[in-house]
Design a protein around this ligand. Structure first.
Ligand SMILES: Cc1cc2nc3c(=O)[nH]c(=O)nc-3n(C[C@H](O)[C@H](O)[C@H](O)COP(=O)(O)OP(=O)(O)OC[C@H]3O[C@@H](n4cnc5c(N)ncnc54)[C@H](O)[C@@H]3O)c2cc1C
Length: 614
């Protein structure tokens, strides 16, 4: 392990923390959401800015990100405040009229998720998460604004339990300059660098980035447009030949986000320029030219910028045993695909439960290798998509087919629902018996269908039961429980489960301070709900607690008599009612393992290599 001989300022005596998150943008806030679930460890999150993003920056929240936010219970305000992305309109240049004309209007709804993309200012999204993190709850993690990481020192292996030493300076309104009280030393067990495209963490460790393309420069504007353009409340890709191209997205409060790549007679080129060299009126003037024959003016501008960015991917997501890079610190790209905030949050959604499991002693550090194995291919794919999309927007053509083709090709990646992790220590891949559930893909997040609560008769999305609290879920599909053979198969399964070396411990092991075992067993049966008595099922599906009685929340019926949407889960997952199956979901809802009800030993072996080892 290298020691970085960085000059240490006169820092106060060090405080320690298990996890230090540097940067409270979308990636850092998502990491904090996970960390707040683990009450038996300490977490700090710092940001050099005095407060959250105020205006501008990213604004597209894709389906998978919404599912993730739902798993923490914070999706509702985002949907309420945001604008649904319902249609995508493609406009091209008509040389006969010298103006733009609509070529196509497509539904932007996805059938892969219960959420469609929502458009909302990044600052409001950050605020909603900050409100959640600030709730009076155990494990609460508060963002420390106005604190800038300034120095990094790495202690030798074994020298200290907290080997990452970060010098932090107070900045902005809250901090004076240079006095001892304004600086602090934080010693951390692990650090996540979520510090954006110009990552300080990355720079300290001198991690190179692979440059996939040079910077291109776009104008980006959030205005309340005054226009007769008919699709102004839709998302549009507009190509006006040599006048340039525009991408629009409707936003909250009658705002519209415009991205413009102006070309043409050279009167406005933003290429290589920064904000001081171009005025807002110049950009809107160029946008008005692209929009012809429609008019475009504005009175209110919320935010505007010149956005210069190239496609880059960091050489390693884990530059040091104890330090990880996530979000824009690991990859940068254009904003065309509406991916920045999403892939960034999904990076830390993937990483942080693993880190917390290791810190709390629930899992061996070996699982941390899966972060790079799983997220680097996503970063690579992101840059491929972005390269194609940027080319399609910038090409000299009057039609929008390029954009349409790229969006069509990458739609599952863009929504985040198609992301599938390859075989590794946490994803069984080829070893699993996938024939038991033909439509469930190992490595992909489990898709969701409505089921009915056995105890309360309330219909709900199955995956809504898989909240992000650090628990693994074993979903047991036993087949029709009116069949005696299915009943005895379920009873055998439960007996075998209780005899394994790891499974019963995981099932009973309540995390300290929380009523949540590491592994929850959940049943989904396709029998009429009224034909099953919950307490007749094996005890692992309704464990008893001296104080709280039985747990009634683990049994669901796939029963079609509760409305048209219900009763299709078995069919949609491709599970045969005669045989049933077991589906193991990781804490991040990705399917880790599949098997039949008789495969209990194999299930136990899955956990063997990594559970409960420091
Ligand atoms: C000016 C700008 C405009 C953008 N416009 C768009 C857009 O139009 N559309 C789009 O999709 N995306 C846009 N993005 C990108 C989008 O905002 C990011 O993809 C997304 O925010 C990534 O999240 P993140 O958490 O990885 O990084 P960021 O959101 O960049 O957060 C990083 C955080 O780290 C903090 N930080 C940095 N260094 C330190 C340090 N030494 N100590 C403590 N804290 C530190 C920063 O203050 C910041 O809050 C824009 C980004 C910027 C900066």
């Amino acid at each position: 392990m290298t020691r970085h001989p960085l000059a240490m300022a006169p820092y106060s005596s060090p405080s320690t923390t298990d996890l230090l998150i540097i940067g409270a943008g979308p990636a850092g806030l998502m990491a904090a959401c996970w960390a707040s679930q683990y009450t038996n460890m300490t977490t700090r999150i710092i940001d050099k800015y005095p407060s959250r993003t105020a205006t501008g920056h990213a604004d597209g929240i894709q389906s998978r990100t919404l599912e993730i936010l739902e798993s923490f219970g914070v999706v509702d305000p985002i949907i309420r405040k945001g604008v649904q992305h319902a249609e995508m309109c493609f406009w091209g240049y008509d040389k006969h009229t010298s103006g733009i004309t609509r070529h196509k209007m497509d539904s932007a709804q996805t059938d892969k998720s219960r959420y469609n993309m929502v458009l909302l200012n990044q600052g409001i999204i950050e605020q909603i998460i900050l409100d959640y993190l600030g709730l009076e709850q155990e494990g609460r993690v508060e963002v420390e604004y106005g604190k800038q990481a300034e120095t990094l020192e790495l202690l030798e292996e074994g020298e200290d339990e907290y080997p990452v030493v970060v010098g932090v300076k107070r900045v902005g309104q809250n901090g004076a300059n240079g006095h001892c009280s304004d600086v602090e030393t934080i010693r951390a067990r692990y650090v996540i660098g979520c510090d954006g495209a110009r990552s300080w963490t990355r720079e300290q460790l001198q991690v190179p980035m692979r440059v996939c393309s040079g910077d291109t420069t776009w104008g980006v504007v959030d205005i309340a447009p005054i226009t007769d353009f008919p699709d102004i409340r839709q998302s549009c890709a507009i190509h006006a030949g040599d006048r340039g191209s525009i991408m629009t997205a409707p936003r909250e409060n009658r705002l519209v986000r415009f991205y413009i790549y102006p070309k043409g007679d050279g009167r406005l080129s933003v290429e290589g320029k920064d904000r001081s060299e171009v005025s807002l009126d110049e950009i809107v003037g160029a946008m008005a030219k692209v929009m012809k024959p429609y008019s475009l003016t504005y009175k209110h501008c919320d935010w505007w910028s010149i956005y210069k960015i190239g496609q880059r991917l960091v050489e390693t997501y884990r530059p040091h045993d104890r330090i990880f890079l996530a979000g824009d610190a690991a990859h940068t790209h254009s904003p065309k695909g509406g991916q920045g905030l999403n892939v960034s949050m999904q990076d830390t959604y993937n990483l942080t439960w693993k880190l917390c499991s290791v810190i709390t002693g629930e899992a061996s550090p070996s699982i941390l290798d899966t972060y790079e194995l799983e997220r680097r291919p996503v970063g690579e794919e992101l840059l491929k998509l972005d390269t194609e999309l940027v080319k399609a927007y910038e090409q000299d053509t009057s039609v929008t087919e390029g954009v349409e083709r790229v969006r069509g090709q990458y739609i599952d990646f863009m929504t985040g629902t198609g992301v599938t992790y390859g075989s590794n220590d946490l994803i069984t891949g080829k070893k699993a018996d996938t024939s038991v559930a033909k439509n469930i893909k190992i490595g992909m997040r489990l898709s969701s269908y409505p089921v009915v609560g056995q105890a309360d008769g309330i219909s709900m999305q199955l995956v809504s039961r898989l909240t992000s609290n650090g628990a693994w879920r074993l979903l047991v599909f036993p087949g029709d429980l009116r069949e005696p053979s299915n009943q005895s198969r379920l009873a055998n399964f439960a007996n075998q489960f209780n005899e394994q070396p790891h499974l019963p411990c995981l099932h009973k092991d309540l995390k300290s301070n929380r009523c949540c075992p590491l592994l929850e067993t959940i049943v989904v049966h396709p029998s009429p709900r009224t034909s099953v008595n919950l307490l007749d099922l094996p005890e692992i599906f309704h464990p008893f607690d001296e104080t709280w009685g039985w747990d009634y929340s683990r049994v669901f019926a796939d029963d079609g008599s509760y409305g048209e949407a219900c009763g299709h889960a078995y069919a949609r997952y491709g599970i045969r009612e005669e045989t049933g199956c077991l589906v193991l979901c990781r804490p991040d809802q990705h399917v880790a393992w599949l098997g039949s009800l008789g495969d209990v030993e194999a299930l136990d072996q899955y956990f063997g290599p990594f559970v409960g080892r420091k």
